[in-house]
Write a protein that binds this ligand. Structure first.
Ligand code: ADP
Length: 444
């Protein structure tokens, strides 16, 4: 992916992550704030209602005298700072405060609070003198009330909420700071997450680009050879086929090579898109191995090499026969390609617990330790010129690797004694989750 596209995509991911985090933090903050505020006022409102009930029942009770002997030092201090925690204003029907004497020095401050008859039964927050905050509840006392001082009057029961307000302000500050810190952290988190998300995309994009580049290159070579040979033949219209047999043979072998290459590319493209139709079935391995290997024995012999299948102790395994056949084809083909005449290739299949192991051992040129991982990469060839001679394109082992993966197994290459290499594929007897499933499209 070009750097510009990459950066634009990463930026988009960053922005969406960041917006996501911001929305979550803001929602969280608002919910916590609202709940906290509500919880703070709930107890005050409850106290006001209790006071109303007691007033309406006729007995004037001082719910919270200012200096109770059992007050804690903290409460005493609060009471000193907030001189009136609960106060009741008694209004006459005309809206005049009539308990002025009871209010004492507080009257001057409270006289500005006017009676709003429409607010009977409602809870409100009022600010007095720009300094004190009260939660209020207006009550209309029926004339029949046994307490003559309040009968037929309006009572404004007031509860000082300055401590709550201070706590709320403190809490809001802490909440804002915390949210701010987390918001900043979310920037770092978003950068990290966008990078993390982009990494596999970039990796597979890179692999895809490399694959397409390599494929184009591989396709171009045989095509160019065929084209050259054909152009050359056109310059000799009077020649007989026998005269140009060599050119024709080369063009023919290159077109075969092209066909093999397109088949391999198609197999890998299908494996990438996870659209391979698989058919897993319970297989008698001794029989399967015998039948699959048999034709190669003759091919090996025709090349002056020996192919031996070690006796297979009977066992059964669930596998896709066509794909495992292709795997064997690749491994045997390679063993033959990279072994000189007179050498032998040994095949074995055996049960090891809940897995079975397929080994293709040859006495050929072997694979150097440094190349053992890489030979399973697409288009990787240890010796390109040799591979070209043998008709290789570096895709066989990637397909082998994919087939083994599809069976939830693994494949490795080891050295063979005294020389050559051993390809060891270990596959589960009953690939996880595949038991009894037939004709299904399977993920890679
Ligand atoms: P190719 O079509 O080139 O054989 P493969 O993917 O099958 O591609 O193999 C990749 C490379 O691994 C080969 O080019 C070769 O160098 C090496 N290789 C594969 N099999 C053997 C083997 N049996 N012995 C030695 N080298 C091998």
């Amino acid at each position: 992916m070009s750097n510009k596209v990459n950066r634009a995509q990463q930026w988009r991911l960053f922005i969406s992550n960041f917006i996501g985090f911001t929305v979550i933090f803001v929602l969280l903050g608002v919910i916590v704030f609202v709940l906290f505020k509500r919880a703070m006022l709930t107890s005050t409102d409850q106290a006001l209602r209790v006071e109303r009930t007691s007033r309406l029942s006729g007995a004037p009770v001082r719910r919270r005298p200012q200096h109770q002997p059992d007050m804690t030092p903290g409460q005493m201090q609060k009471a000193a700072i907030h001189p009136f925690m609960t106060t009741t204003l008694i209004y006459s029907d005309h809206g005049k405060i009539i308990n002025q004497a009871q209010l004492g020095s507080r009257y001057d401050m409270l006289k500005r609070i006017t009676l709003k008859r429409s607010q009977v039964g409602e809870l409100h927050t009022v600010r007095v003198n720009g300094k004190y905050s009260f939660r209020t509840l207006l009550v209309k006392v029926p004339k029949s009330n046994s307490d003559a001082t309040v009968a037929g009057k309006y009572l404004l029961i007031m509860e000082n909420i300055d401590p709550q307000k201070a706590a709320m302000a403190n809490f809001t500050r802490v909440l804002l700071i915390t949210m701010g810190v987390f918001w900043l952290l979310s920037i770092l988190m978003s950068i990290w997450m966008s990078r993390l998300t982009m990494r596999p995309i970039l990796r597979s994009w890179g692999r895809q680009t490399e694959f397409v580049g390599n494929a184009a290159h591989e396709l171009r070579t045989p095509l160019t050879i065929i084209q050259n040979k054909l152009e050359f033949l056109l310059t000799r219209p009077n020649d007989k086929i026998i005269d140009q047999a060599e050119s024709i043979a080369v063009a023919n072998s290159e077109s075969q090579r092209l066909q093999k290459l397109t088949q391999d590319l198609l197999a890998l493209a299908r494996s990438d898109s996870n659209t391979v139709q698989t058919n897993f079935e319970l297989t008698d391995m001794a029989k399967f191995m015998r039948q699959t290997v048999e034709p190669y024995v003759e091919i090996a012999a025709s090349q002056g090499k020996t192919l031996v299948l070690n006796p297979v102790t009977p066992f059964q395994a669930t596998l896709d026969q066509a794909l495992v056949h292709q795997l064997l084809n690749i491994l045997i083909d390679n063993a033959l390609k990279y072994s000189p005449q007179g050498r032998s290739i040994t095949l074995s299949a055996k049960l090891t617990g809940r897995k079975w192991q397929l080994v293709v051992a040859d006495q050929g040129i072997g694979v150097k330790r440094a190349d053992r991982q890489r030979i399973f990469d697409r288009f990787y060839r240890v010796d390109s010129s040799r591979s070209r001679q043998t008709g290789g394109n570096g895709l066989g082992l990637s397909i082998a690797h994919w087939i083994v993966n599809l069976h939830h197994g693994n494949i490795v290459v080891k050295g063979n004694q005294p020389q050559g290499s051993q390809f060891v594929a270990t596959l589960p007897v009953n690939p996880v989750g595949l038991a009894g499933h037939h004709d299904k499209t399977t993920a890679k």
